[in-house]
Design a protein around this ligand. Sequence first.
Ligand code: ZN
Length: 400
Amino acid sequence: MNTLHNAVWLYLGSEARNGEEIAAFVDWCGRNRVGKALVHLSLGGSADESTERRIAALAEACEGKGIELHGMVSTLHRRLNDKNKLPFADPACYCVDAHGISNYEEPICGHGYVLDPRHPDVVRTVSEQCAELLRRYPGLSGIHLDFIRYYHYESKLTIDTKSAGHWIGLPKAGQSIRLETQDGVRTTYFIEEARNRYNDPPVGDKLVLSRSYRYCFCDDCLAGFETFSGIAMPASLPDTAAKAGWLLGEHPAEWAEYRAGIVTDLVGSIRAAIRRERPDAQLSAAIWYNAPYGNELRGEPLRPESEFECFGQKWWEWVRRGYVDFVCPMDYWLKPGSFGGVVDGQIRKTENRVPVYAGLLKTPEYEIDKAGYEEYARRAAAGGAAGICFFHYGSWKQLL
Ligand SMILES: [Zn+2]
């Protein structure tokens, strides 16, 4: 029935605000063979009539052109400035990093809250909220999971301390140091190296600060790992940081499997919840090709399966178990050649069980022209992708 072959992410901020913009959007989809529109919606919260009317109008216009509309949600990440509006009051629902710092206490950049995908309340509530979206917006064909993963980043600051003066005597390796910006956002770092050339006169060299945003090392996740793997952590490990260091050093493979299994189970729970709500509802996911992504921009090599190891996205297992109906890998910031290689690998991993829409990003920072787009589209088709997933309508509508 649906013979169109591309997909697109749509953000409602400045798009599809009225009948005219909705008509322009579906025309654009028709011109660019877009058969799946993935519209960003919030999980939880109360229904608001204007969004309901807008989605209903969008769904009706899409249906008239044979375009499926899917609700895209930020599954495990919430961006909030007001802690009182958090979806869970219990700090145990938020991840704890490899240093033992709770994301509830120190959200990423002051506003990024990452939910613990193992916590039973998170699993139940997120699954129910996905089903609730289908009730609230009956025009949706399914749910598209964005941020279905652990947050992960190895943050490093290298500071030139040559002219830092007598302050160079202060930082000591192993200590923590807190950086606070004017708006009151505090970020804890750990001093990896404090190298000086002279104490007198004070001539520093460099100060290296690091912070390992690896999740989740809360007590419940650590206990769950012991049950899952049958591996007991030595009782001598004094704190979370020591336990995390031991796990990552001694049992990285088992730890990666455990975490990925937690995310896979959450995908399965969401799948079950939306199918209970509506048996023909589809589930799909946005997935990464590398962790951290954007490696080519930093001149770093692609690390195969790093999305599994670091983000906990063993997404081919979601495919194998029939949890997802299609996937949209976010193959961004890659030159056409490497994009093609990444798509090839992703198609192999799906074993042709579900369609793959290769995500292609165009922004003012990373521009792609018409000829460039055609080259990417050729590579995606050659690799066996069903089509391109445009990120996002607002940035592509000017070009195509
Ligand atoms: Zn945890």
